[in-house]
Design a protein around this ligand. Structure first.
Ligand SMILES: NC(=O)c1ccc[n+]([C@@H]2O[C@H](COP(=O)([O-])OP(=O)(O)OC[C@H]3O[C@@H](n4cnc5c(N)ncnc54)[C@H](OP(=O)(O)O)[C@@H]3O)[C@@H](O)[C@H]2O)c1
Length: 275
């Protein structure tokens, strides 16, 4: 058994956007490493096929199909984890997202709401709901003053790690010549994650941003990049990252001892200079 397998056996995970690309690779890797995994995406047939493959290799998996921005889907993911795997999720991968070609000037404004809804609002909803359940407190009062006493950690701390990992992007840190409108959504989710880290870290929950550069997936066609010019750019920095490369990093972060937190991981293809 590898280090990762020992560290992840018994963990209960949720992965959004697991019907393709990075989320699918993360779900497969977590299940192979011994975690039980709830997977989500809108395409129910694709999700079921991923689940079937995971199960055929002995993995424990359950599906919740639907839009990750719907409140009912957020609740269903957390409830399904508890019902199917016997406890609250302790490893939540906020991955569902999509790109958009262009800047505020030349991107398609009819796509703006969808981009911010999935990359920012859906992410924030799951981050909030998952952290509430991990910390085990009732919904905090809006605008409540900071508590006077030190935050409580779960009774099994530090035997058990709890993680919320959010897929950010290099283009949320650096201005992208390809997709600055999308990048501004990722910049927002980086801030949300850092804010949640400051709340949750003292309570024993790690909140990490994973910030990849170019990863070959369905992302490029969904974003609307020109296959010829963007394909040539990808070729020029060959090899670009694979979803499995990102999954390996997720396992690395999750398998650290509970008292060790990799806050932010930026990863690029070695030959990608920018963004
Ligand atoms: N590829 C890259 O170069 C790159 C770089 C940095 C960061 N990222 C980020 O990494 C994450 C995964 O991207 P990817 O490369 O794996 O893209 P992908 O291959 O297009 O996969 C995106 C996944 O998200 C799901 N999804 C999209 N909208 C959803 C929604 N509203 N509700 C639920 N699921 C939804 C899609 O499934 P359905 O269509 O079935 O819903 C799919 O499973 C995204 O957050 C992306 O922004 C990607």
């Amino acid at each position: 058994m590898s280090v990762n397998e020992r560290a992840l056996a018994g963990r209960r995970a949720i992965v959004t956007g697991a019907s393709a690309g990075i989320g699918e690779a993360i779900a497969r890797a977590l299940a192979a490493a011994g975690a039980s995994v709830v997977i989500n995406a809108r395409r129910a047939d694709r999700l079921a096929a991923v689940a079937e493959q995971i199960a055929s290799r002995g993995g424990r998996v359950a599906c919740v199909s639907g839009d990750a921005g719907d409140d009912s889907v957020v609740a269903a993911m957390l409830d399904t984890c508890r019902a199917e795997f016997g406890g609250q999720a302790d490893l939540v991968i906020v991955n569902a997202g999509r790109g958009l070609r262009g800047s505020v000037y030349d991107s398609d404004p009819s796509q703006w709401e969808a981009v911010f809804r999935v990359n920012v609002l859906a992410a924030a909803k799951l981050m909030r709901a998952a952290s509430e359940r991990m910390i085990g407190v009732a919904t905090p009062q809006v605008g409540a003053p900071p508590a006077a006493k030190p935050p409580e950690v779960p009774g099994d701390w530090p035997a058990t790690a709890r993680d919320i990992m959010v897929l950010g992007s290099t283009v949320g840190r650096n201005l992208s010549p390809f997709s600055s409108m999308y990048g501004s959504a990722k910049a927002a989710v980086h801030m949300l994650a850092e804010s949640l880290r400051r709340t949750c870290g003292p309570r024993g929950v790690r909140v990490t941003t994973i910030e990849p550069g170019i990863v070959a997936s369905e992302f490029q066609s969904v974003a609307g990049y020109d296959p010829v010019s963007f394909g040539a750019f990808m070729k020029s920095i060959d090899p670009v990252l694979t979803p499995e490369d990102v999954a390996r990093v997720v396992l690395l972060v999750a398998s650290q001892p509970a008292g060790v937190h990799l806050n932010e991981v930026m990863m690029r293809p070695t030959r990608q200079e920018y963004p």
